[in-house]
Write a protein of this length. Sequence first.
Length: 136
Amino acid sequence: MIQRIQTFFLLIAALIAGVSPFFLPLGVTEEGVARYGIDEPLVLVVFVVSALLALLVIFMYKKRQNQFVVNRLNIILNLFLLGFFVYRSLSLSGGTEVPEKGIGMLIPVFSIVFLVLANRAIKKDEDLVKSVDRLR
């Protein structure tokens, strides 16, 4: 159902993945210009797909197993994005005239946290339905 706690968690994850890349910088270039998610098309596509998957899962409330699976796929997608950010930040050289890392690189971490919380709530709902079915 739409009014469940997992809907709240999924909505927050969708907002984080869909809106934050436009406002939180992923880093600062050597010239001092902030890089946002909109500046990198591949990263923007991954953020948008993650947000759309979270919104899709909200409306799959009648199929909890499918919700759980799609949510796990979204978690894996965010882990790949996080791995990409870590790889890119580690490949930057150190020094005084270097690009800085931005707070926007933590967007997948926050998204993963809310997706995991949603998965836990979906699992609780599924267990509750199974326990009620045993009583019949």
